[in-house]
Ligand binder design. Sequence first.
Ligand SMILES: Cc1cc2nc3c(=O)[nH]c(=O)nc-3n(C[C@H](O)[C@H](O)[C@H](O)COP(=O)(O)OP(=O)(O)OC[C@H]3O[C@@H](n4cnc5c(N)ncnc54)[C@H](O)[C@@H]3O)c2cc1C
Length: 298
Amino acid sequence: MYDLIIIGGGPAGLTAAVYGLHKRLETLVISEDLGGKVNYRVQIKGLEGHEIISGADIVEKFKRQLEYLHFAHQMDRVTKIAPVNNHFAVMAQGGRYEAKAVIVATGARPQRLDVPGEKRLIGRGLSYSAISHAQVFIEKDAALYGSSARALHSAAELADVATRVHLILPDRGDLDSALGKKLAAHPKVTLYENATLKEIRGDEFVESLLITQQGATKEVKVDGLFIEMGLVPNSELVADLGLADSNGRIAINSRCATKKPGVFAAGDVTDIFIEQVLIAIGEGAKAALSAYEYLLKQ
Ligand SMILES: Cc1cc2nc3c(=O)[nH]c(=O)nc-3n(C[C@H](O)[C@H](O)[C@H](O)COP(=O)(O)OP(=O)(O)OC[C@H]3O[C@@H](n4cnc5c(N)ncnc54)[C@H](O)[C@@H]3O)c2cc1C
């Protein structure tokens, strides 16, 4: 039986693992990969090799440390966490593990649009996180697809730096909000309301988009595109425990504790504000120290 099982090997999970091991807890990380979304980079034409992700160096060091400690990680996919007496069973595709406490750090996945060109151009002018990559588009022409409050926030951030922002809205969405009205009147923003993004074109990088509106299709030249349809939390493994909010995000308190004693959560899978590597690192550290305090009292 482990003291602590951490599910997920991204910034939150890796940091939690380093803290757990430092506290001499019998710690196991179960994850499908080590590094998580830190492996994402975005380049655009003329800015090749530009590395955006802050905190990636720290994550890389934690990753190497854990790779070296073979006993402390298992590459596997967890399907379920179930309470058993006063501990937990963690069911993975390759086996069953037990722990006195668990930390869920499984992150969230960006929702895809599933249009031609999308898969091929991810990271090559196509991003799902304007909060992370808007600054790459200084004095460039960018496009953004989405109509939610989050999408409009991202469009406003882009409009601050880009030369032009083509805002493609599948519906009216949040356009009647104060921010929506501001964007509609913004001289740098071109709105495509009730429009469909048919195709993302480009050989090596995003070069243009096919946009259909009111039956007519036109090709718009851009340096890059953001698809902002939200993040889907990877919280299916705790569905039976009723820990997630209506958006599927695991609800935590300021100590990364869920409402189930012994189950902690950290990073993008939780209901914290904003997805960023450095925030996930801090949350992972907090979750591990919280779990340690819980274990001391057991
Ligand atoms: C396209 C994109 C670009 C980004 N760029 C930046 C940036 O430039 N700067 C920045 O600060 N932030 C950026 N972010 C946000 C940042 O990557 C995340 O906030 C951060 O990685 C969250 O860390 P995490 O540990 O919570 O989750 P993740 O990094 O998503 O890690 C989750 C881990 O859990 C594992 N996992 C998931 N489900 C299971 C399961 N069932 N069983 C086992 N393992 C599982 C995964 O394999 C992975 O290892 C970007 C995000 C996206 C989507």
